[in-house]
Design a protein around this ligand. Structure first.
Ligand code: URA
Length: 246
């Protein structure tokens, strides 16, 4: 059971104040009849709620895709630097969304934000080996040997071994994609440094098989669709051994 105003704010579309006002004005119906008490308890699994005639689907958790621009830190707040939360709406900020993992300040592209701590934790767990795909440009042309070294698991910073990564250079060999199944600090940049190369630009284009929506301009965000959320949740449930054998 849940308060009616909490049900309405779960979508992120209205603030608590707006929800309460709409309820008092009779703009919210529960099973077809207006319910004018914002604190009324409803069974979120059974009732049909509509706001000004538009059905509202209860969302226990929110999942947002942001096309991160360069210059923002992947944090909820920072004393000196702009952070990704500033790009979301006040409603989403109030919901307590946080980024699932980090992209460097100068890395762009797909960043998921949610208030679902359990799923975020699972997606970030090295046990799950969630795939992340990055598009890059680099300073020096890549060789076949470079791809082989990354595939075997390269040692970075004098000893730390990375999990196998899959390099797919473009024809010019100064750009391409690289796929990782872990998320060490500055991992792609450190891998390229270990190859005697240097990353010039880095953009994440996929996370847990969820592709970046290229219709989203840099700095823009949207909520994930139901099927995208389902994909993310199922990736969070599966462990790496299951993924490797299916
Ligand atoms: N690897 C990096 O070096 N930076 C990122 O932002 C993500 C992966």
């Amino acid at each position: 059971m849940l308060r009616l105003d909490r049900f309405l704010t779960s979508t992120g579309a209205v603030s608590r104040k707006e929800a309460a006002l709409a309820v008092r004005r009779g703009e919210v119906t529960v099973d077809g009849a207006p319910l004018r008490d914002p604190a009324a308890k409803i069974d979120e699994t059974r009732v049909a709620v509509a706001l000004r005639g538009v059905p509202i689907t209860f969302r226990r958790y929110l999942y947002v895709m942001l096309n991160k621009p360069s210059g923002y830190v992947s944090a909820t707040d920072d004393r000196t630097l702009p952070c990704v939360l500033e790009l979301l709406s006040p409603e989403h900020r109030r919901r307590g969304l946080f980024p699932v993992g980090r992209l460097d300040r100068d890395t762009t592209g797909l960043l998921i934000l949610t208030d679902d701590g359990e799923t975020a934790h699972r997606l970030l767990s090295p046990k799950r080996g969630i795939e992340k795909v990055y598009r890059f440009t680099c300073a020096n042309a890549l060789s076949d040997e470079d791809a082989g070294r990354l595939r075997l698991g390269i040692a970075i910073d004098g000893g730390e071994i990375c999990r196998p990564a899959y390099l797919c250079p473009d024809p010019g060999r100064l750009s391409g994609t690289v796929t990782l199944t872990e998320g060490k600090y500055h991992e792609v940049k450190r891998m390229f440094r270990a190859l005697g190369n240097e990353i010039l630009t880095l953009e994440r284009i996929s996370f847990a098989a969820l592709p970046l929506d290229f219709a989203l301009p840099r700095g823009a965000w949207r909520e994930l669709s139901d099927s995208e959320v389902e994909g993310l949740l199922s990736a969070a449930r599966r462990d790496r051994t299951e993924r490797e054998t299916t």
